[in-house]
Design a protein around this ligand. Structure first.
Ligand code: TXA
Ligand code: MG
Length: 320
């Protein structure tokens, strides 16, 4: 289905219109502090199905349900004491909790993709919060990109991938965090980190104590982050690059990039991981140019936000 996609600055009138579109079963792309989301009414099977169709996403991947506050989230998921502590520490913010789904939750069964759990998130971005209030309903929202591609951190990234497949894109400028939310599964006997993201593992463990990382596999993903190829630009991606060829692009990190690349962008000349996270997806897109052989990526430290950055880079570099 093709429709005209409008991009509007996220002012109060546009947010009100976007809320009305969501209430009417239509799709709206909107900024969050992590990445732009492709939103639809989480209680409406047809709207949720339209999200899957717009992304070309395999139906077995469940979606995150976005809510304005903890009280609204508690209507859909069972909050364990651990969930309450994480919500108190990190909501609103870049954290998603997978919780047992309440039997009475008024959510499409499709958002959970048949699981008896549900992923809930209270975003911090003021536009997202205003939109959730305007819509007056839970909003299912995956990242607003075609399935498998690089997540959007600016409104024009959304338009580049989903033009004609979404009624309205609210432009709230670039996303401050730049990486998707951290996902913690609290539906089982022990907390499991399903996806590293905007809240670091160290921050989660400061609240919960040691947390095990996902045992998901490419064959049996428990989150699409477990799919081998994801977040992939068009060009091949080469990791751990300490030197670079003239026909390669270089995604650098730190003060001393090697010379000789065909095109260079630096995630953070100062070596700052938060700056690198915010730049990651936009720079991968910008370096994804015809005429180059591939994108060489310098090593990024495996700590703090570096865990999430390296997770996305490994998916981007994985065999397609
Ligand atoms: O930062 C974010 O989380 C962004 C913004 C838009 O909020 N959203 C996002 O959604 O990244 P998406 O659909 O690209 O990723 C959703 C992740 C997937 O890895 C999915 O498998 C996992 O959440 N997920 C959702 N429900 C789940 C459930 N019941 N059990 C396990 N994983 C679940
Ligand atoms: Mg995604």
């Amino acid at each position: 289905v093709s429709e005209d996609t409008r991009i509007l600055p996220a002012d109060p009138a546009a947010i009100a219109e976007a809320g009305a579109l969501l209430a009417g079963g239509r799709l709206v792309a909107f900024p969050t502090e992590t990445v732009y989301g492709l939103g639809g009414d989480a209680g409406d099977d047809r709207a949720v199905a339209a999200i899957f169709a717009a992304k070309g996403r395999p139906q077995f991947n469940p979606l995150i349900v976005h809510l304005p506050d903890v009280a609204a989230a508690a209507a859909h998921g069972v909050f364990t004491p651990e969930a309450e502590r994480l919500a108190a520490a990190f909501w609103p913010g870049p954290l998603t909790l997978v919780l047992p789904r309440r039997p009475e939750a008024r959510l499409s069964l499709l958002v959970s993709a048949g699981l008896d759990s549900v992923a809930l998130r209270v975003p911090a971005h003021p536009v997202a919060r205003a939109l959730l209030r305007a819509a007056g309903r839970p909003v299912a929202a995956p990242s607003a990109n075609p399935s498998g591609g690089v997540s959007p951190t600016r409104a024009d990234h959304v338009a580049a991938g989903l033009s004609g497949r979404v009624a309205l894109v609210l432009d709230g400028g670039p996303c401050a965090v730049g990486l998707e939310s951290t996902i913690v599964d609290l539906s089982g006997p022990r907390p499991v980190l399903l996806r590293p993201g905007g809240v670091t593992r160290e921050q989660i463990e400061a609240v919960l104590g040691p947390v095990e990382a996902s045992q998901g596999s490419a064959e049996r993903p428990n989150a699409p982050g477990q799919l081998t190829s994801h977040y992939a630009p068009g060009l091949p991606v080469r990791l751990g690059a300490l030197s670079v060829a003239a026909d390669e692009a270089l995604l650098a990190f730190g003060p001393t990039p090697p010379p000789g690349a065909g095109a260079v962008l630096n995630l953070s000349p100062a070596g700052d991981l938060a700056e690198a996270a915010a730049n990651l997806f936009a720079m991968l897109r910008a370096l994804d140019r015809p005429g180059l052989r591939g994108i060489a990526v310098m090593p990024v430290p495996e700590a703090g936000l570096g865990l999430a950055i390296n997770d996305r880079l490994r998916r981007a570099a994985a065999p397609r």
